[in-house]
Design a protein around this ligand. Structure first.
Ligand SMILES: C[S@@+](CC[C@H](N)C(=O)[O-])C[C@H]1O[C@@H](n2cnc3c(N)ncnc32)[C@H](O)[C@@H]1O
Length: 295
């Protein structure tokens, strides 16, 4: 029996149960991502192709290389980029963005005159989500001179590079609402859109592993947006991460996750928003718990 798989650009070796479970564990331990048995051929092909590129003959040899020193850490970065799901687009969840707009209008009135509105896109991939937040902030807060800052974080340095460049294929335009297209928030050139310098300057991108939020200094956030990241994680881990994110909100700040991504989670500091269209939680103010009643 031929224990190999034709990958399209060559033969990749068959992955046995021991190797599958070894790689599965490594991936989960380092990224939180839980790879089900049905995705074995994806893992095999992704690893196999990369092994061909770096001249490794077996999964074990490649595994050992990943674990060895600084070169292994660099190689791991490349691999993470190949193994994580990075699908994203501008304004991916229109209902959530409508809620973001409403929340920003509310915070505009609630914030002190000199306060900067702080937003965080957790697992931002190539930046479309963070720029969508910045565009809404520009529309809602920018006119009144209110400063805002958006931080996008992700585990993959490769997607973060794309995010910083803020350059996307022009077909992305279809996802952008009219107020963005008709503004100077972006320019169009030779099949691409380029996010304007002023919007890019309000955004910064940084590598943060969501499993290691203790090392991430972001706090007092007025909005934390975390969608389509936790779905790949075990439920206990989702809960732990959400518990940490809850602590990073400023009073009155909102945490938005994907609809159905964590249905039975509650946190003593947070008030769930009653809505069938968004999954959002507002941090209670220090003095009162009536924060959400006004919405
Ligand atoms: C499917 S994309 C979601 C992008 C965006 N949030 C959206 O909803 O369109 C998931 C992103 O989560 C990132 N990711 C996966 N595991 C992560 C981890 N442990 N820490 C930080 N980011 C992670 C991936 O690199 C990827 O860019």
């Amino acid at each position: 029996m031929n224990h190999s798989l034709y990958s399209g650009s060559g033969i990749v070796p068959e992955m046995d149960d021991v190797q599958f479970s070894r790689w599965q564990s490594l991936l989960e331990e380092r990224t939180g991502m839980c790879l089900p048995a049905q995705r074995r051929s994806f893992l095999q092909t992704s690893l196999g192709l990369r092994m061909q590129e770096v001249g490794c003959d077996s999964y074990q040899e490649y595994y050992d290389r990943i674990l060895s020193g600084p070169a292994g850490a660099i190689e791991w970065n490349t691999l993470v980029d190949r193994l994580t799901v990075q699908e994203t687009r501008f304004f991916r969840d229109p209902d959530a963005f409508a809620f973001v707009e409403q929340h920003m209008r509310h915070m505009q009135r609630a914030l002190g005159e000199q306060e900067t509105f702080e937003a965080w896109s957790v697992g931002c991939s190539s930046g479309e989500e963070a720029y969508s937040l910045a565009m809404v902030a520009e529309e809602v807060l920018g006119h009144s001179g209110r400063r805002f800052a958006v931080t996008g974080t992700d585990i993959s340095t490769i997607v973060l590079r794309k995010a910083r460049a803020g350059r996307y294929m022009s077909r992305s335009l279809q996802w952008l609402p009219e107020f963005c297209r008709a503004s100077d928030m972006l320019t169009l050139d030779s099949g691409h859109i380029q996010i304007s310098d002023s919007i890019r300057k309000s955004c910064c991108f940084s590598q943060v592993n969501i499993l290691n939020l203790d090392a991430c200094p972001l706090e007092q956030q007025h909005l934390i947006y975390c969608q389509n990241v936790l779905i790949y994680f075990r439920r206990w881990r989702r809960r732990e991460i959400l518990n940490v994110l809850a602590q990073r909100l400023a009073p009155g700040g909102v945490l938005i996750i994907g609809l159905g991504e964590m249905v039975d989670w509650q946190h003593p500091l947070l008030e769930p928003v009653r809505s069938s269209r968004v999954s959002a939680f507002i941090r209670k103010s220090e003095t009162s718990t009536g924060e959400t009643a006004r919405r």
